[in-house]
Design a protein. Structure first.
Length: 89
């Protein structure tokens, strides 16, 4: 389980990216890279990292479900994810 501070930091970064998205795009179009340097570092979308919505685990993230592979497996076996079942052949 990730620390709450790590989860909160990612949420804060996501909000900052959304806030400065239009301004970054305008500055890039204009080619004003000097002004782009004065925007906060965390406003860059490259700094975002996907985390599991339940545990905050940064690795093994499944985009379609928004959770880590471990939670996905547990929830699928418990029948909590609709349309997903264990394969057998």
């Amino acid at each position: 389980m990730a620390k709450e501070s790590m989860k909160a930091r990612e949420v804060k970064r996501a909000r900052m990216v959304a806030k400065y998205a239009a301004k970054r795009e305008a500055l890039k179009k204009a080619g004003d890279y000097e002004a782009l340097q004065h925007i906060p570092k965390n406003a860059s979308p490259v700094r975002l990292h996907n985390r599991c919505k339940i545990t905050g685990r940064p690795k093994g993230y499944m985009r379609t479900f928004g959770i880590s592979r471990i939670n996905f497996r547990e929830m699928a076996l418990a029948g909590l994810i609709p349309g997903v079942k264990k394969a057998s052949w």
